[in-house]
Design a protein around this ligand. Structure first.
Ligand code: HEC
Length: 159
């Protein structure tokens, strides 16, 4: 390869990098400390196109995807139902299908992801230990699907 070619390829790479950054991803924060979440802890394989989309909009594209809801249900049954109940009615942890939230941010997709990824108090540890970011979005879609609260309080449906 000619030196000038190498140089222009390098320039393009830098340029593209800059472009991606310019698309201003949302900033995810820990629900307890407000610290920016370190996504480098995330399990491998979860940085999917859908997750990237979520990082740009703060909206979970899986909410309207019936297949994703089904997969989310099975992941929820494995990793969450033991504490939150099979219908998210609440057990050791609070109910997740009604419109009362200990952490009001849970009413938005961004906030719900922040609680799942970063954890909250006591037994609610960071869920990145068990699930990839993409899997967490699946679980979130299932939680939204079984919502029984007031539709007016469903922040995630608002634009
Ligand atoms: C070992 C038990 C346990 C497991 C497993 C667990 N949680 Fe929790 N969860 C809790 C407890 C206890 C709380 C209350 C923590 C607090 O108030 O800070 C909680 C809080 C939450 C909240 C905040 C609810 C609110 O009202 O603001 C959400 C959302 C949540 N959990 C979702 C999940 C999901 C989804 C999973 C599976 C990926 C999961 N949890 C796994 C015990 C658990």
């Amino acid at each position: 390869m000619k030196l000038s070619t190498i140089f222009s390829v390098a320039l393009m790479t830098v340029g593209l990098g800059g472009l991606t950054q310019a698309q201003a991803d949302i900033t995810l924060r820990n629900a307890l400390t407000g610290e920016v979440l370190d996504l480098s802890f995330a399990k491998k394989g979860g940085n999917t196109e859908i997750f990237k989309q979520f990082m740009q909009t703060g909206k979970n594209p899986y909410n309207t995807d019936a297949e994703a809801v089904k997969k989310g249900e099975s992941l929820y049954m494995t990793g969450c139902s033991g504490c939150h109940g099979h219908e998210a009615e609440g057990k050791l942890g609070p109910g997740l299908a009604d419109d009362y939230w200990t952490y009001p941010r849970a009413a938005s997709d961004q906030g719900l992801f922040e609680i799942l990824f970063g954890g909250a108090n006591g037994m609610m540890g960071p869920q990145y230990v068990n699930f990839s970011s993409d899997e967490l979005l699946h679980i979130m879609a299932f939680i939204r699907h079984i919502y029984k609260g007031d539709p007016k309080k469903a922040e995630w449906l608002k634009h």
